[in-house]
Design a protein around this ligand. Structure first.
Ligand code: BDP
Length: 694
């Protein structure tokens, strides 16, 4: 008995409190003694094989990581042996080859120092996952060249749509004071293959381009450099006026172009490996070339010319919808940018949000990916969960991103997936770019919701290799983050994989979209109807009336469908063949329409909202079953968030169903729980001091 008690106590003691700071780089000791012995024997020496001659800060970082990681994992002091080998030049870009053979042990080969660093992280991952060394021989190279986080961080450290504390960049204290967190950030990015970061909000502040701030930016760049993370900035188009004293920012005015050239030279003097600019222009009140009756191409090219000699790029955002265009909002990016195809410089990349609207829980892929064959295109994904419950709710986003990356634009015949458009393989275009709007901040665990770390991880892994599946990525992440207890891993994998669909069910099922509360975008607001712009309201999108619900985007409606390939038009154009998860995106459907389940549309809608709530409860139960298997600190933090999510899911269901019932005029089907409050209670909720929202 005594022995049993002792064992139990030891077992519990093993579950160290964990605040989540270490992310997926926990390097907990390998506990399986047989495996540990094999690893110890094989990894006492690791070989670096590379033509990179001198030791430099990146190789130092790789060496340090391996030494430290293997000491933590295996309790050994690894010896590193370097060999020069020109054959490694065959390894593409910053890729690596990781192999084991009995004679030499483990060798990491790469043609660049960064490749060695990525290979080192891959080896450490391999050990943490407990995978066999026998037969190990992988070659892995990034499919997309520039894999960037986009931070929507303001200079006062507020993060637009940031739900994990303040901005990581301590502008006031830079350049002298540099928190170790900068290195930790870059190291985390490098561990998943990210190689760039846009430091500032797309709603840009010209101050970042002043000499004082550039010194601060240079300090951050120096911190990130060993880890291969290059910095980029957002450029406010009117900067020549705001900080340059010019009267105009007209891109065709030679004085404006000259101002940018001088500014760019100054930037590269301070930051020789500066990556380039990200620009939001003529969108949501931001200045841009159209203020001078010039096109987006005129604006982008002027900046592109300024950075070209330094190998810099300009990422020009396609998230543009005009104040005086009352055509269906989801059509506007194609109508604006389609005609400019072929007019952009080689170093301009048009950066497109995954869907034609705005990071909704579900929307079809943006048709712009198939509409600009002669232009370099990047995908912008949103890691921060602006429309998916922010940091209180669980939504693992890899399935959403895969849906888009794997979607076929048919632009060059079948197989022209979004992934192949953006990785440049379809049309041999370089540079290729993928961007994710970051979900990190000063919260101790980086992402607010501990499980939202999986989204940062998944973005990096997919940016490196878009052929990975959501399942593979989640399985890696869970092992790395929670260890290898089979029940824990299976339970968390299941929770994560279903979580996005659950959010869709209780918030915007069946292709509904943009019906969240105004401004902060947290919680329901299907009644939102009077705002400065019609296309900011909810009623614009759901169009519920007595005859039915949904937005008719067929030829009989806005005809947004015509922006897609005929294959999609055929499938989506007919309510009988349109997948039900996009039904109300493309069609206005009668309440009595027969769904695949045999239910009417109204009953199905009610059922989906209820299903969403039920699924949250089931996630809650699954999580509860892990008590004692993971440390209390992380267990409790997540359990509290599930409790909040259950409450929020009920609010979504009740508010939306009560609201839509006014039009459907039908009873709630059996199995749908009665609402807790009357509709006007939900309508009167005013959330204040919301994180991420000014
Ligand atoms: C919207 C966000 C807003 C961003 C905008 C953008 O609500 O905060 O500034 O996208 O991407 O979804 O520019």
């Amino acid at each position: 008995m005594k022995k049993l008690l002792l064992l139990l106590t030891l077992g519990l003691l093993n579950l160290h409190a964990d605040d989540g700071y270490r992310l997926w780089l926990r390097y907990e000791p390998v506990t399986d003694s047989a495996l540990r012995d094999i690893y110890r024997a094989a990894l006492s020496t690791v070989h670096f094989q590379s033509p990179v001659a001198a030791v430099n800060p990146t190789i130092d970082a790789a060496t340090h990581e391996l030494l430290w990681g293997l000491r933590e994992l295996l309790g050994i002091d690894m010896q590193l042996q370097g060999t020069d080998n020109a054959a490694t030049a065959l390894i593409h870009a910053d890729g690596y080859r990781l192999r084991f053979d009995r004679e030499h042990g483990v060798t990491i080969s790469a043609s660049t120092d960064l490749g060695l660093l990525y290979g080192s992280f891959a080896l450490l991952r391999h050990v943490q996952l407990g995978l066999p060394l026998e037969g190990l021989d992988v070659v892995s190279a990034p499919k997309v060249e520039r894999r960037l986080l986009n931070h929507w961080d303001d200079l006062n450290r507020h993060v637009e749509r940031g739900y994990a504390g303040f901005s990581l960049w301590e502008w006031f204290y830079l350049p002298e004071i540099r928190t170790p967190r900068y290195r930790d950030y870059a190291r985390a990015c490098a561990s998943i293959g990210l190689n760039g970061t846009v430091l500032t909000n797309v709603n840009a502040d010209a101050q970042i381009l002043t000499p004082d701030y550039l010194t601060k930016v240079a300090a951050l760049a120096a911190e990130f450099r060993p880890y291969g993370v290059r910095v980029y900035l957002t450029a406010r188009f009117s900067a020549p006026i705001e900080i340059g004293g010019l009267k105009t920012a007209d891109p065709l005015d030679p004085a404006v172009a000259a101002w940018w050239q001088t500014k760019v030279a100054e930037i590269y003097r301070a930051i020789p490996d500066f990556g380039g600019f990200l620009v939001k222009a003529n969108s949501e009140g931001q200045p841009g070339p159209q203020d001078y009756k010039r096109t987006h191409a005129d604006g982008a090219n002027m900046l592109a010319d300024a950075v070209a000699q330094y190998n810099g790029i300009v990422m020009w955002r396609a998230f543009v919808y005009s104040p005086d265009n009352d055509d269906d909002r989801v059509k506007q990016a194609v109508s604006e940018f389609g005609p400019l195809d072929g007019k952009f410089r080689q170093n301009v990349i048009v950066q497109i949000k995954n869907g034609p609207l705005d990071f909704m829980p579900r929307e079809p892929f943006s048709p712009l990916f198939g509409a600009m064959p002669r232009t370099r295109l990047a995908a912008e994904l949103q890691i921060t969960q602006e429309y998916l419950g922010q940091s209180s709710q669980l939504a693992y986003l890899a399935p959403l991103w895969k849906e888009v990356l794997d979607a076929d634009t048919f632009a060059h015949g079948p197989g022209s997936t979004v992934a192949h458009v953006i990785d440049g393989t379809l049309r041999h275009q370089s540079p290729s770019v993928i961007a994710g709007v970051a979900n990190v901040g000063t919260d101790r665990n980086w992402t607010g919701h501990l499980l939202a770390q999986a989204n940062w991880y998944a973005f990096g892994r997919l940016a490196w290799d878009h052929t990975l599946t959501s399942e593979q990525i989640v399985d890696e992440w869970t092992h790395l983050t929670f260890g290898s207890d089979a029940t824990t891993v299976a339970t968390i994998n299941k929770l994560l994989l279903g979580s996005r669909e659950t959010v869709v069910n209780y918030s915007m099922p069946l292709g509904l979209t943009h019906i969240m509360a105004e401004g902060h975008h947290y919680g329901p607001g299907p009644w939102v109807d009077k705002l400065a712009r019609a296309d900011w309201t909810a009623v614009y999108y759901h169009k519920a009336d007595e005859s039915g619900i949904g937005f008719n985007r067929t030829a009989a409606g806005s005809n947004a469908l015509a922006q897609y390939a005929p294959e999609w038009q055929q499938l989506w154009g007919n309510p009988e063949t349109c997948p039900e998860n996009l039904l109300l995106w493309f069609h206005h459907v009668p309440w009595d329409h027969k769904m695949k389940s045999g239910r009417t549309l109204w009953d199905e809608l009610c059922h989906r909202y209820q299903q969403g709530v039920d699924e949250v409860r089931s996630m809650q139960r699954d999580w509860a079953s892990l008590q004692g298997r993971i440390d209390d600190e992380r267990f409790t933090a997540v359990a509290q968030r599930f409790a909040r999510q259950e409450l929020d899911a009920r609010d979504w269901r009740d508010a939306c169903l009560l609201y839509f019932a006014q039009f459907a005029k039908r009873p709630f089907p059996a199995g749908v729980e009665p609402a807790a409050h009357p509709l006007d209670t939900y309508q009167s909720i005013k959330l204040r001091n919301m994180p991420g929202h000014r």
